[in-house]
Design a protein around this ligand. Structure first.
Ligand SMILES: Nc1ncnc2c1ncn2[C@@H]1O[C@H](COP(=O)(O)OP(=O)(O)OP(=O)(O)O)[C@@H](O)[C@H]1O
Length: 446
């Protein structure tokens, strides 16, 4: 500690302060995060995890770790100082003037490299947002704030708590589904959208509509002057079913946007990315053509065999034949519960001048009757929304611990001392989704 002198306080976060410090001899500048250590053992473990995970990450697009130590009930993490500030500040400085396509692609491609490094280490960031992404004085992107990160193993992916920022949280979190690397992809989509428009994609005046918009993936289109590839990418990053979202690996290597991103990467980073694959080599093409030829014969004959049975089924059932398990286009059951309770919501203070998105009461009631799936505990939406109703929506930009199966689902950053069960990815109380453990062709999940 003595080797550092404090230059100034950069800012105060939910768990402590960030100080700009200088080393005694060489006068190098670093950021020292001073974090209050909670009293409970599990809380301490969670807090220390930020230092442990950051220390593991050595990448040109991730804030570099220098050291960490504990003193007087505090954890100190010393890390690289990004003098360009965070992206949220940068976006605000634009005062409405849009970033150029080059800037967007340059920054975004570096964010992808940083995120890919994290995911390759089987770590999820879980709180990617413009406020946690920094710029150096040379304009290099650095992902920071690993305070919410967790290591991913099959059990933890189902943990009942999630730490994230409501405005950037993906639909699966609100829908109480397991999370994985694709949840980070969603959040990164929000940051990309902010760079393209200077606005958040899911603007709303009420918590109810915020959650609805997220769960429907409903956002205003990007400005038309931006390249088609960015429109296409955003559409994919905001797929409500995480399986339909590309992984970062795909975005960098085999997505329609990959070549554009590669072109905008700094020279020294280009070697970290494989040459994007969106054309076939001759032999590959021949193999695939042969395979497809066989497959189409197979499919035709299968359909033929089935067709007589199918036609005798009512339309609703025949439509299901051969279809894969997929997420509904509309809002999830959790969200429909929210809608169904719209009156209650307004009466506890979440009233909004925006029209209700539940267009017909009968539709909601009907859908509610059909609901048989995994749900929040008894009357979860009432509880969640009454709780949310007491919070100003502006706090949805802060990091929260979302307890997905608890009486107190949303624990704000300024909540009193975390209690003993605040572990954010602990193995206790795991909700198992066996289908996720089955082998499958989608090799894009971490
Ligand atoms: N490595 C860094 N370089 C430059 N500024 C930083 C760095 N890390 C954090 N900051 C700045 O320090 C301030 C406090 O950051 P900190 O991560 O402690 O909390 P926060 O991000 O503001 O809040 P929270 O952690 O609750 O989301 C922020 O303004 C942030 O931009």
């Amino acid at each position: 500690m003595e080797q550092y002198s404090v230059v100034r306080v950069i800012g105060t976060g939910s768990f402590g302060r960030a100080l700009l410090v200088q080393t005694e001899g060489r006068g190098e500048k670093w950021v020292m995060k001073e974090i209050r250590l909670p009293k409970a053992e599990s809380g301490m473990r969670t807090t220390r995890r930020e230092a442990v995970l950051l220390a593991k990450m050595k990448h040109s697009n991730i804030v570099a770790f220098r050291e960490s130590f504990e003193d007087d009930g505090h954890l100190f993490i010393v890390m690289e100082f990004c003098s360009g500030g965070d992206l949220l500040q940068r976006i605000r400085q634009q005062k409405g003037s849009l970033f150029s396509e080059d800037v967007i692609l340059r920054w975004f491609s570096q964010m992808c490299l940083g995120t890919k490094h994290i995911h390759d280490k089987r770590v999820l960031h879980r709180d990617l947002k413009s406020k946690n992404i920094f710029l150096t004085e040379h304009g290099t992107i650095k992902l920071g704030d690993f305070g919410s990160a967790c290591t991913l193993n099959s059990a933890r992916a189902y943990a009942q708590t999630y730490v994230g920022t409501p405005y950037y949280v993906s639909p699966e979190i609100w829908d109480n589904q397991p999370y994985n690397n694709k949840s980070d992809v969603w959040s990164l989509g929000c940051v990309l959208y902010e760079l393209c428009t200077l606005h958040h994609p899911f603007q709303s005046r009420s918590w109810k509509n915020l959650i609805l918009k997220v769960c429907r993936g409903s956002y205003a289109p990007l400005p038309r002057h931006l390249p088609y590839e960015l429109h296409y990418l955003i559409k994919h990053m905001f797929k409500t079913n995480p399986r339909d979202r590309p992984s970062i690996h795909t975005i960098l290597n085999s997505h329609r946007v990959s070549r554009l991103l590669l072109k905008h990467l700094p020279e020294e980073s280009k070697e970290m990315v494989e040459e994007p694959r969106n054309h076939w080599r001759k032999e590959e093409g021949e193999n695939v053509a042969m395979f497809l030829g066989q497959k189409s014969l197979l499919t035709t004959s299968t359909n033929k065999g089935r067709s007589s049975n199918v036609s005798s089924l009512p339309e609703s059932q025949s439509g299901d034949v051969g279809s894969r398990k997929k997420w509904a286009k509309g809002p999830s059951n959790t969200v429909l519960e929210v809608l169904a309770n719209a009156d209650i919501i307004s009466s506890v203070g979440l009233g909004s001048s925006e029209g209700s998105d539940c267009r017909s009461e009968e539709v909601c009631t009907e859908t509610q009757k059909k609901r048989e799936r995994k749900k929040w505990d008894k009357d979860p939406s009432v509880r969640l929304l009454s709780l949310l109703g007491k919070l100003p929506l502006s706090t949805a930009f802060q990091t929260y611990t979302i307890h997905r199966h608890s009486a107190d689902p949303l624990q704000g950053p300024l909540a009193a001392e975390q209690n003993d069960d605040d572990s954010t990815d602990g193995p206790e109380d795991i909700l198992t989704d066996h289908s996720r453990l089955e082998p499958r062709s989608d090799d894009e999940d971490t």
